[in-house]
Ligand binder design. Structure first.
Ligand SMILES: Cc1cc2nc3c(=O)[nH]c(=O)nc-3n(C[C@H](O)[C@H](O)[C@H](O)COP(=O)(O)O)c2cc1C
Length: 358
């Protein structure tokens, strides 16, 4: 492994990627305050480790929605993996399988959902944007059901896309030959002539349903048997409404600081949301996970598992499939060490009293 931690890896990836791609992956909305806060909030939380606990036999595995994973980290849905390496989402899916965890595939992938399903041997989740045209949404749901996705992760923090100023400055566009392949009209490999890839943000923004509301989630739950997880919740009252709508889980997330700038750091809102939910549904969280200790903190504060976004893209850019394998094995190793040094032999032993918020 040519990097010792994920911060070093980010620098290696930056050196390999075109600036326009690195900026797309790394940027946050507007002043990037939430992007920074997601990370800094973890540093403020301290772990009050236990001593003289026999940690000679440790088990990092856990279960999420009935699926066993080798440690509580899942690959977050991120767009356009083929900008990082040519195998794109298939490499990510294979690395997740190799590590014994799950990849959540983005609606905005550069790879067909059926190909990712094959690479993951059918063990993947699908992140869904709900579109203005319900028939487009329904068609996509049917397609991912058929491809074997295990859950639908519905992103609810994006009625429109946030403004990432670095992308505006760079006039971001997908490199030639790449497309949002799962959204193209049947059997087409490129966007319609009047919507070239350079107009991607506009095209996608036009498709998003700005009127998306709780009734649409009920509608979605009525048309599919797949478990629905709502991604992008930062308030306890929204978490409670998610339960009422039939969601099986939520992701406490602010989209990695890419949507509403100055929204709160996710790890800071997690405990009050966990209190409100009171174990009725499963809670995941993401935003700023870069260390094994971050996973411990998230679990102690009420998450069943975490999702991680950007470092996976850095792994892909640095060394494709192997790079993502290295990212996942590093995080698992760090998590295992953090568990041992905290006096926890299993994930269940990570409880709220292990951390303090100041
Ligand atoms: C480049 C990039 C693309 C993303 N694309 C999507 C997406 O298509 N759908 C979605 O729900 N979230 C998307 N996200 C948000 C991630 O799922 C996740 O919430 C975020 O990356 C977590 O923060 P982290 O990168 O600090 O780990 C994206 C994030 C990044 C960085």
């Amino acid at each position: 492994m040519s990097f010792i931690n994920l911060f070093e890896l980010e620098k290696l990836a930056e050196a390999k990627l075109e600036k326009i791609a690195f900026d797309y992956y790394s940027s946050g909305a507007h002043d990037e305050i939430t992007l920074r806060d997601n990370r800094e909030a973890f540093n403020k939380i301290k772990i009050h480790y236990k001593v003289l606990v026999d940690v000679s036999k440790r088990d990092t595995a856990t279960e999420i929605f009935g699926q066993k994973i080798s440690f509580p980290l899942i690959i977050a849905p991120t767009a356009f993996h083929k900008m990082a390496c040519k195998e794109g989402e298939c490499a990510t899916a294979q690395a997740a399988k190799e590590a014994g965890t799950i990849m959540c595939l983005s609606t905005l992938s550069n790879t067909k959902v059926e190909d990712v399903s094959r690479s993951s041997e059918g063990n993947f989740w699908f992140q869904l944007y709900v579109f203005r045209d319900k028939s487009v949404t329904e068609k996509l749901v049917r397609r991912v059901e058929k491809a074997g996705a295990k859950t639908l992760v519905v992103t609810v923090d994006a009625p429109l896309l946030g403004t990432r100023e670095r992308d505006v400055r760079n006039q971001f566009q997908l490199p030639k030959g790449l497309s949002v392949i799962n959204l193209l009209p049947d059997n087409k490999e490129e966007l319609p002539d009047d919507k070239p890839d350079s107009g991607l943000a506009l095209y996608f923004n036009e498709m998003l349903d700005q009127s998306l509301n709780w009734k649409d989630i009920e509608w979605l739950a009525s048309i599919t048997k797949l478990p629905i997880i709502l991604k992008g919740i930062v308030r306890p009252d929204d978490a409670l409404r998610a339960i009422d709508c039939g969601a099986k889980g939520i992701v406490v997330s602010n989209h990695g600081g890419r949507q509403l700038d100055t929204s709160p750091a996710t790890i800071e809102v997690l405990p009050t949301i966990a209190d409100a939910v009171n174990d009725r549904i499963e809670i995941l969280m993401d935003g700023g996970i870069r260390r094994g200790t971050d996973i411990i903190k998230a679990i102690a504060l009420g998450a069943k598992a975490v999702l991680m976004g950007r470092p996976v893209l850095w792994g892909l850019a640095h060394n494709g499939y192997e790079g993502v394998c290295d990212v996942l094995s590093l995080m698992k190793k760090e998590f295992d060490l953090a568990m041992a040094l905290s006096g926890c032999a299993s994930v269940e032993e990570i409880q709220r009293d292990l951390v303090s918020l100041k």
